[in-house]
Design a protein around this ligand. Structure first.
Ligand SMILES: [Zn+2]
Length: 388
């Protein structure tokens, strides 16, 4: 791979013909049309997020003549380039110069046009440090993986989008990475994250590929449609929203793809599911609300998914003392199940460490985790009784 360091390209050069696409959230062109700022594999513009502190910082750096760091271009034709790294910085500059946002100056917002002429000139004449690279697609992409350095680091999915860029990724991003997509709000009930950072795309790929995103993207890289990806994702979302008609915050980010695979062949009564969800969500003994959905889908048997409340140490000690005192008075075992048995343990007094707390009335039958529902059993009997 060939690289050339350019030190004479100015902000004015870069911003010549700058186009920003508001809808896609992307800086598109610059350098008089010779530069593609936002190639397919680049992520959306993020510096305007979080109140725009980052894009403001870029402009303040130019005004103070601080270095902005290295910018990398990929030479794609005799006189045409793509931005490999530096897209966020370039888009910030282009947006500012075209009055898309204002910087704060002594408490007053100032856009480019309202800056004094000398400051405008300082920005326009700022020179950027640019590496022009020329190489094969493979070289460039391998290298792009390693330059993942400055600014907002690429996350895993952004990196995969870069590595497997092509018609499939382009289509997939149109569907899943566009924050203007009206479906995003519906999807947000079940999927965590933001469209901009590729979280929806990542989840869709994760579900359809059963967790092997890289292999799936590699196999489908040159596909010209994303029907399978889209249909599978919609099937999962439609299924969840049909089985569980109420939307609870705890549903966000669950492994819906896996749950769909395991349970979508069964039939559920949405009304009964809704009642059961509400009952469990209102149950103080259920400490893991995220487990409610899988618990119900699996037929209400795996209580460990709910992390039902356990007795605290104070309650256990009190129950132990009370049981042991009564047992000693009667000359029988302090484990109530041993005491009615016929072996040598019939009169055995266990130490606290040899016993476990048990719900007299099981949680599933309405028992709670208060002192009056607590009994200590020897570990053998407690295990035999199981975690009901
Ligand atoms: Zn026992």
């Amino acid at each position: 791979m060939k690289t050339t360091l350019k030190t004479d390209i100015t902000v004015a050069d870069i911003c010549n013909g700058f186009v920003y696409n508001q809808l896609e959230g992307k800086g598109l062109f610059g350098l008089g049309g010779k530069l593609i700022i936002q190639p397919e594999y680049q992520r959306n513009y993020l510096y305007a997020d979080g109140g725009g502190n980052k894009e403001q910082a870029v402009i303040h750096s130019l005004l103070k003549e601080y270095p902005l760091g290295l910018i990398y271009f990929n030479k794609v034709g005799a006189d045409s380039f793509e931005v490999l790294d530096g897209q966020q910085r370039i888009t910030s500059i282009g947006r500012f110069v075209t009055n898309k946002f204002a910087i704060m100056d002594g408490g007053n917002p100032k856009n480019f046009d309202s800056l004094p002429a000398d400051q405008q000139d300082r920005i326009r004449n700022s020179k950027l440090l640019i590496y022009e690279c020329e190489g094969t697609e493979t070289e460039i992409k391998q290298w792009f993986e390693t330059i993942n350095i400055a600014g907002v680091p690429l996350n895993e999915q952004e990196l995969l989008n870069a590595i497997y860029s092509g018609p499939f990724v382009t289509k997939a991003k149109e569907a899943f990475s566009n924050s203007q997509n009206a479906n995003i709000q519906k999807w947000s009930a079940y999927v965590k994250g933001s469209a901009n950072r590729q979280d929806f795309l990542e989840r869709a790929l994760d579900w359809v590929s059963k967790g092997d995103i890289g292999a799936y993207m590699s196999a489908h890289r040159n596909d010209t449609n994303i029907n399978e990806l889209k249909n599978y994702f919609n099937s999962v979302i439609d299924w969840v929203s049909t089985v569980f008609t109420d939307v609870l915050v705890e549903m966000k980010g669950l492994e819906w793809g896996r749950l769909y695979e395991h349970h979508h062949g069964k039939s559920y009564d949405p009304k009964k599911m809704s009642d059961a969800v509400k009952k469990l969500a209102a149950d103080d003994e259920v400490t893991n609300h995220k487990g409610i959905f899988e618990y119900l889908l699996g037929g209400s048997t795996e209580t460990k998914l709910l992390a039902v409340r356990v007795f605290d140490e104070k309650v256990k000690k009190a129950a132990y003392a009370k049981q042991t005192q009564a047992a000693e008075a009667k000359g029988e075992s302090n484990c109530p199940l041993c005491s009615i048995g016929h072996d040598a343990n019939k009169s055995r007094i266990y130490k606290l460490s040899e016993m476990d707390a048990d719900h007299v009335s099981a949680w599933s039958k309405g028992g709670d985790s208060t002192a009056k529902n607590c009994q200590m059993l020897c570990t053998t009997h407690n295990r035999a009784k199981g975690n009901r």
